[in-house]
Design a protein around this ligand. Structure first.
Ligand SMILES: *Cc1c(COP(=O)(O)O)cnc(C)c1O
Length: 367
């Protein structure tokens, strides 16, 4: 939020919610999804990943709901996120920081009992055994973590330090059948022999769904809690944690041959009724959904016509009696599933959620 909008003297008058797009977070759905993963991995701790403000859905609300459902371990990407999670959760739960400590912030972990994930020999040295830590080993993603040739050095450097967790991360687990999964599994098992006492964690959402071989002591579930991830037809759908809807501003009857929106990229092939909706890419609704996405109204999918504008979308509401000014159209939620919208946008569900974050107003049952 900019300084200008925080200043009550110059902020615009509050508008009626019915004129705005809104993102609603269903914390009960997040809890239901956590229980789904707990059933899938009954022998493991199911940790909740709440980085990036719980994938845009609000870390404080999500973390509290997840703790209530039974989560005892949490992961954030950054120290600042972990400090917020600690304030939300109180003393009990374990909170790991995936990016690990830097020179500037290593001293701050202790105050809030946060556990860094050490991702390099440099971070091991920097941490210097000043408290509990996790070790991240790279088994093929080449992103973060100790590489195979550095492993023996890490084992020596950490000797006697008592790791809270030994973890790695799968590169391809959104495809449950990808050959890379088994390769990384074997490398992880081999590396773990160097750290015989450490609890083990390999899998995020995708790996958890592959099966018990991938569960070890703890799984780190993120996107699955928020309603998406690697589910094939045999798996029940996860509950939708986020619902985006937006109001119709105008309804128009148009003749065949009329064109719509910037670039006139869509022309009516016949007489049509259209609705202009108060949602656009400024709300984080991706412009790549132009001519591809849909809203749901009156029990039917209403295709997006032409280009998405900054604050407006045009949809086809021909034959839809519910299409009236003020009616709310669902663009993401139980009837417009996250994975479906992500596929139409040509991106990942992760990006759909985090792009909506902070741009659409969020309201939730327990914000
Ligand atoms: C983001 C992340 C997770 C969670 O991944 P999902 O696919 O959202 O379940 C787990 N572990 C690490 C290291 C991550 O970066």
């Amino acid at each position: 939020m900019t300084a200008a909008t925080q200043d009550s003297a110059i902020s615009p008058p509050a508008r009626k919610p019915s004129r705005l797009a809104r993102l609603r977070v269903d914390y009960a759905a997040i809890q239901e999804n956590w229980r789904f993963f707990k059933k899938r991995a009954p022998s493991a701790a199911v940790a909740a990943v709440v980085k990036a403000d719980a994938y845009g859905l609000g870390a404080v609300g999500a973390a509290r709901a997840l703790a209530q459902a039974g989560a005892r371990t949490f992961f954030t990407a950054t120290l600042a996120e972990a400090q917020i999670a600690r304030r939300a959760l109180g003393e009990g739960p374990q909170i790991f920081v995936l990016n690990g400590p830097s020179e500037a912030d290593a001293a701050e972990y202790g105050e809030a009992k946060l556990i860094p994930v050490l991702n390099s020999l440099a971070q091991i040295k920097l941490w210097g055994g000043r408290g509990p830590a996790a070790l991240h080993i790279d088994t093929g993603m080449n992103r973060l973590g100790i590489g195979p040739e550095e492993l023996p050095h890490a084992a020596v450097a950490l000797k006697g330090a008592g790791l809270s967790l030994l973890m790695s991360h799968l590169a391809c687990s959104s495809d449950l059948k990808h050959a890379m999964n088994a390769v990384q599994l074997q490398r992880f098992k081999d590396a773990a022999t160097l750290f015989p006492k450490a609890p083990l964690s390999l899998s995020a959402t995708g790996g958890t769904l592959i099966g018990p071989d991938y569960h070890f002591d703890l799984v780190r579930v993120g996107i699955g809690l928020y309603g998406s991830g690697g589910l094939d037809a045999d798996n029940p759908a996860l509950a939708a944690a986020a619902t985006l809807d937006a109001p119709i501003l105008q309804v128009r009857d148009v003749e065949a041959g009329e064109a719509f929106g910037y670039g006139a990229t869509f022309t009516a092939p016949k007489k049509m009724r259209t609705a202009t909706v108060a949602l656009g890419y400024a709300d984080g609704y991706l412009r790549s959904l132009s001519g591809r996405g849909y809203g749901v109204l009156g029990g039917g999918k209403r295709p997006i016509l032409g280009r998405i504008s900054m604050d407006l979308i045009i949809i086809d509401v021909t034959g839809c009696a519910e299409a009236q000014p003020g009616a709310m159209v669902e663009f993401l939620g139980p009837n417009a599933p996250l994975d479906d919208i992500a596929a139409l946008a040509g991106t990942a569900s992760y990006e759909i959620l985090t792009t909506l974050a902070g741009t659409v107003r969020k309201t939730g049952a327990r914000a």
